[in-house]
Design a protein. Structure first.
Length: 197
């Protein structure tokens, strides 16, 4: 609650997302076309599919705060610290022909060993740190505001997703398995002007 001087909030969330389908999309293989994923297309594709889902980020700490330095100037800080994403390995199905037609989509290693979904640990924890400031000068009659917001102030480059495909076309190893596929968004500064009427 804002008392015209400061406010703060802290929260912790524990959650566990598991099963054999992420839902309308499948982010572990990059299928973002809603309702058209490879899930359930073949019995072989479902081998080892039950486990920690891609959006299973088990722990989240959040802290938000704002402080009025003066009647005209206020600053805000948003901190979030969350656990990483489950890791998988995808390769060709060793025996099921229909699943093999989908390429490196099965929960198997290149040598044919079944590795259940999300059983290879997690990516690193990610620390989000954002800072903002607002100046509402008296001569603007508290309607005019100049704002600056900085996301990822410390400019961390934490890996948020890894390449999970162990083989490419022709069932040959890609050499890219385990390498970063997505990183934390780098530092970003945004300036804006607002006017309330």
């Amino acid at each position: 609650m804002w008392d015209n001087k400061w406010r703060a909030q802290f929260s912790y969330t524990w959650s566990h997302s598991y099963g054999n389908s992420e839902g309308l999309v499948r982010s572990d293989n990059g299928q973002s076309d809603a309702g058209l994923t490879s899930t359930f297309d073949s019995v072989g594709l479902m081998d080892g599919s039950y486990g920690n889902l891609p959006n299973d980020r088990r722990h989240h700490f959040k802290a938000f705060g704002a402080y009025a330095v003066t009647r005209e100037l206020s600053v805000g800080l948003n901190l979030r610290y969350g656990s990483g994403r489950p890791k998988n390995i995808f390769s060709y199905h060793p025996t099921e022909v229909i699943a093999q037609g989908y390429g490196a989509e099965s929960f198997y290693t290149p040598t044919g060993q079944l590795v259940p979904r999300g059983s290879l640990g997690f990516t690193k924890w990610v620390f989000y740190n954002d800072l903002s400031g607002t100046w509402r000068p008296k001569w603007g009659r508290e309607k005019l505001g100049f704002n600056v917001s900085i996301t990822n102030v410390m400019n961390f480059h934490t890996t948020t997703e890894i390449n999970e495909q162990a083989t490419g076309s022709g069932q040959t190893p890609t050499g890219a398995y385990g390498l970063p596929a997505a990183l934390q968004t780098p530092r970003n500064v945004r300036l804006s002007v607002s006017y309330d009427y």
